[in-house]
Design a binder for this molecule. Structure first.
Ligand code: C5P
Length: 307
């Protein structure tokens, strides 16, 4: 057995998030366009006497360091599939915002799967790894594949989408996390109050897909859409100020990322992103402001601890 394996896994944003009605299994039917951004967690798995989790990095607080951690669940699920005790330490170096709507927990689960498979030298077919990923969370399969992809079902059924060129984003990270189930529940409540009908919301975002394939950021910007945004804004009204500040700072468009509260701003180019980030940092509307570009690849092995 090798001494350890590290996987590097990107954050995601949703360029489009169409949310259909609540299904009987408690999930909502989705049509979403995922895009992986160059902001990463590193997940290292090493042999040990028992399962344990440690978390380091700028976003380590509020991440459970026990078996309830999604990365631990991933190693347990993979161990069960191949008949192996999950006796490993999982070290997560965290840079993706926690509870921020950027699939940070899903990234850690995907990273743990890839790293543990390498450590245990199991060569599962890709489809089997994606199956295990889907049992862990709706966004985990995308954290494995990365790139730009259309997600349907509850988000776990993926089709790659052509994305020409690189887009440059500014992320405004909130000091307070939002729970994904709470945001979906709030959307159901708003809709029950007559906010919007729930039919035909899961149509494929064809116009946006054509724009992304063309690589023209100015055509893409007005087509960004998130059905969860009104619910996230209802739970955290201050996010309206963040969205306004990003647009005033020169972003082409701003949306809440997934279930929020991170706000994602699309910028014309890298220089514009750096300018918008500097201005947003000074405006005090976010706990932290970062730039990231995408699309990038999904979970991949790197030398242990990135060295
Ligand atoms: O799959 P994941 O663990 O990320 O989902 C967390 C929660 O988000 C679910 O329990 C559900 O409340 C909500 N969700 C949903 N519909 C989806 C995905 C997530 O309602 N398609």
């Amino acid at each position: 057995m090798i001494g350890g394996a590290t996987a590097r896994v990107p954050a995601k944003i949703n360029l489009h998030l169409g949310v259909g009605p609540l299904r009987d299994d408690g999930f909502h039917e989705l049509a979403t366009l995922f895009c992986a951004l160059g902001m990463y967690d590193d997940v290292t798995v090493r042999p040990a006497d028992a399962l344990s989790v440690t978390v380091t990095g700028d976003n380590r607080r509020a991440v459970p360091a026990d078996a309830s951690n999604l990365a631990a669940k991933a190693v347990i699920a993979l161990g069960e599939r191949i008949g192996r005790e999950p006796n490993v330490t999982i070290a997560i170096d965290k840079h993706i915002p926690v509870a921020g709507g950027m699939a940070g927990g899903s990234a850690d689960a995907a990273g743990a799967l890839v790293a543990a498979a390498r450590l245990w030298r199991v060569d599962l077919p890709r489809t089997e790894l994606l199956d295990i990923a889907a049992t862990l969370g709706s966004d985990v399969p995308f954290s494995l594949t990365g790139g730009t992809a259309l997600g349907t079902g509850r988000g776990e059924q993926l089709l790659p989408v052509l994305h020409r060129g690189e887009f440059h984003w500014v992320l405004a990270v909130s000091g307070i996390g939002l729970s994904t189930p709470d945001v979906y529940r709030e959307l159901d409540r708003l809709r029950a109050d007559g906010d919007r009908p729930t039919d035909a919301l899961t149509a494929r975002p064809d116009d946006l897909m054509v724009a992304i394939a063309s690589g023209d950021v100015h055509t893409v910007a007005p087509l960004l859409h998130n059905d969860l945004q009104p619910a996230a804004l209802s739970l955290q009204p201050l996010l309206r100020r963040t969205l306004r500040a990003g647009r005033e700072a020169g972003a082409l468009a701003g949306i809440v990322s997934g279930s929020g509260p991170t706000c994602a701003f699309l910028c014309a180019d890298l220089d514009a992103a750096v300018r918008v980030a500097a201005e947003l940092s000074g405006s005090g509307v976010a706990k932290a402001v970062r730039t990231a570009s995408g699309p990038v690849a999904g979970a991949r092995l790197v030398p242990v601890d990135g060295h």
